[in-house]
Design a protein around this ligand. Structure first.
Ligand code: PMT
Length: 215
């Protein structure tokens, strides 16, 4: 039993790795800590939790079903396969771009000093797809990592991505990889700003609000 008993929560967490060649990739500094803490908090409140995780070095929280992926495209497929869900919380720092053509062999220096061009192409937007999907969860929560104008940018994302809430955080400090986070929960009705606290406490506060919204 628990406030989320009988509910299925889908959580994405961590970075994605976008391959350049068999030994190199493009990535970002997400550690997965915030997303894993949310999955753990939801499982403690009785939810069935599917955690789609990019490449991170964290243990799977008790009671959580984990699906490991590497790239944004793999994450998109794993999210689609995990539906339906009552609520989805998209915490992953999905790479916006990938290398257009992955090299089949390791890129080599040819001695001339020439550098290989990296042509990028856009990745699927997993949150926006879910927002427009016939299988859209009843409650769809996105995150927004910003380095300036945090709440203004988050409000724009709320509309653009078809989410119900956007949890905005300022990642200009050491939020990515760190232990603490300060978030603003942006809804159509208004913005609730929480003080800086451990990511576990951010997770507990958010999951409590999710349980209220679903009840
Ligand atoms: O992992 P930690 O070290 O604990 O750090 C936590 C965090 C800073 C990564 C996390 O709190 C956070 O802010 N996650 C969102 C990071 C992000 O990529 O934000 P964004 O503004 O680029 O994306 C907005 C939303 O769209 C996010 O919900 C993201 O998951 C989603 N998205 C983005 C791009 C894409 N191609 N597909 C997506 O689904």
């Amino acid at each position: 039993t628990g406030a989320l008993a009988g509910k299925h929560m889908l959580v994405t967490a961590g970075p994605t790795h976008e391959p350049i060649d068999p030994v190199r990739y493009i990535a970002n500094r997400s550690s997965g800590k915030q997303g894993f803490a949310i999955a753990a908090a939801a499982a403690r409140m009785g939810a069935r939790v599917t955690l789609v995780a990019g490449p991170v070095t964290l243990p799977t929280p008790p009671g959580v079903t984990r699906v490991d992926v590497e790239s944004a495209r793999e994450m998109a497929a794993a999210v689609a396969a995990a539906l339906p869900a009552d609520v989805a919380v998209m915490v992953a720092a999905v790479a916006d771009w990938r290398v257009a053509t992955e090299a089949g062999q390791k890129l080599k220096k040819d001695g001339s000093g020439a550098v290989p061009p990296l042509h990028l192409t856009e990745n699927p937007d997993i949150l926006a797809r879910l927002g427009a999907s016939p299988e859209r969860p009843r409650l769809l929560v996105g995150f927004a990592a910003e380095t300036e104008n945090v709440v203004t940018h988050a409000k724009a994302k709320l509309a653009r991505k078809g989410a119900d809430w956007i949890v905005a955080n300022d990642v200009s400090g050491d939020v990515m990889g760190g232990h603490l986070n300060a978030v603003h929960i942006v809804r159509a009705e208004g913005v609730e700003s929480l003080p800086e606290m451990p990511k576990d406490a951010v997770a507990a506060a958010l999951v409590e609000r999710i349980a209220d919204a679903l009840s």
